[in-house]
Ligand binder design. Structure first.
Ligand code: ZN
Length: 421
């Protein structure tokens, strides 16, 4: 049997779970301050425990893979990121919303500006790592090629290239939670929120309950990606049109084209409206949240698919939500009230075309103070046959539809395909 290799010389563990231990005096974070220096950087490093001013570590759920890489000896525990040439390719903000502690509570508005604002602190040895990265890309989707052939989309050579490639600016955002703001958004007590986060992660982050001086949490969850189409300046220009789709991840449909739901058609339709709006001189924004299966996760989602299709009478629109509740205990855990933060980060105050039928998303957006001029539903012929169950159930539950809302009789009539078919 092989002898396990020694990973680190430092065998004893220093707990950071009590304030004042080891002379800890981290740089304070004053959430909502407009000056990034006064606001303070987010420091989630584990190289120097005394510098840490947040609970948790960087990179969301990928922190666990980093631990594996260090444990296996593939990565040095003291590796420090070389951030040469990594700065954003376009500038976003600062916007007035950045200094409103209530408008943005689940991301760091200064997350992309690490290099410029915090250079001195970085040079002094503080591990300040970006939580937002901004780059550019060309994307190519077969449906967009098809839309060009059908004449729904026009090649302009700038936004939509001759080969059908779409030019985008894309932004990756890791979650940064300001716990008092999250608690307020959910209308709960901060100490209750911290205690339940601690308990429900199996005690993963003791500082949630022992360090009331630390108010910022880097949760081990998936992040958000934003695709910007057209000129970034047009997003906040009141004389230009803005189209937005906020989309929650559905790997089965988005990537693999599964026909049980409408997710990829929704996404492509949103991109198409964004392209058209950008070509009219405006801009389009697609926000993609890693909230798989209404944030219930893919295992729960697939269990629900089986339960839906095996129930007596087969998969039906009238029992669509009930089956999810049986397995998960509730229909949805996405907490759309946290969703508009990214729109505020972009400086959005008005959406001319909201490409979404979700009443939860619409209500969250307008409640956060963003005006919505027009809601755009997916064209009926874009809906896969097996997804009729999903869309009818959602329309009956309050989803926006320009057509008729299905009644109980219609709902009972809409059936999905059987499991083995
Ligand atoms: Zn889906």
């Amino acid at each position: 049997m092989e002898t396990p290799k020694a990973v680190s010389k430092h065998k004893h563990i220093v707990l950071t779970s009590h304030p004042g231990k080891s002379g800890q005096k981290p740089i304070p974070i004053n959430w909502g301050e407009s000056d990034p220096i006064k606001r303070g950087p987010i420091i989630g490093t584990v190289r120097n425990a005394n510098h840490r001013n947040v609970i948790g570590t960087h990179s969301g759920s990928y922190a666990v893979y980093r631990a594996l890489a260090i444990a296996s000896g593939a990565l040095q525990a003291n590796h420090r990121a070389d951030l040469t040439n990594t700065s954003p390719v376009v500038h976003i903000g600062p916007h007035p919303s950045w200094s409103d502690a209530n408008k943005i509570v689940c991301l760091d508005p200064f997350g992309a500006l690490v290099g410029g604002s915090y250079t001195t602190l970085y040079e002094q040895g503080h591990d300040i790592f970006p939580t937002i990265a901004i780059t550019k890309a060309h994307i190519n989707m077969p449906e967009l090629q098809d839309s060009i052939i059908k004449g729904r989309l026009q090649v302009d050579g700038k936004i939509l290239k001759n080969n059908g490639s779409l030019v985008v600016t894309k932004v990756a955002i890791d979650p940064v939670w300001y716990l008092p703001g999250i608690a307020q958004r959910l209308k709960i007590n901060e100490s209750d929120l911290r205690r339940i986060l601690f308990q429900q992660t199996g005690g993963m982050f003791p500082e949630l309950v022992t360090r009331p001086d630390l108010h910022v949490f880097l949760p081990p969850i998936g992040g958000t990606t934003v695709y910007l189409i057209g000129e970034v300046e047009a997003i906040t220009n009141p004389s230009k049109l803005l189209a937005v789709r906020v989309h929650d991840e559905c790997n089965g449909s988005d990537v693999f084209g599964s026909d049980i739901c409408t997710c990829r058609p929704y996404l492509v339709h949103g991109i198409e409206v964004c392209i058209q709006t950008a070509q009219e001189g405006g801009a389009g924004v697609i926000v993609y949240f890693r909230k798989e299966g209404r944030a219930l996760g893919e295992v729960t989602k697939f269990l629900v698919y089986n339960a839906r299709k095996r129930q007596e009478g087969g998969d039906s629109a009238e029992a669509y939500f009930t089956r999810t509740e049986c397995v998960a205990g509730l229909q949805d855990m996405r907490f759309q009230e946290l969703m508009p933060d990214v729109l505020h980060w972009l400086g959005i105050t008005r959406i001319d075309r909201l490409v979404s039928m979700s009443d939860l998303k619409y209500n969250a957006i307008i409640s956060s103070g963003i005006e919505v001029i027009e809601r755009i539903a997916i064209p009926d012929d874009w809906i896969p046959e097996d997804a009729r169950v999903e869309i009818a159930a959602k329309q009956a539950a309050g989803y926006y539809t320009p057509g008729e809302v299905p009644d109980a009789v219609t709902l009972a009539e809409i059936k999905g395909r059987g499991l083995g078919d």
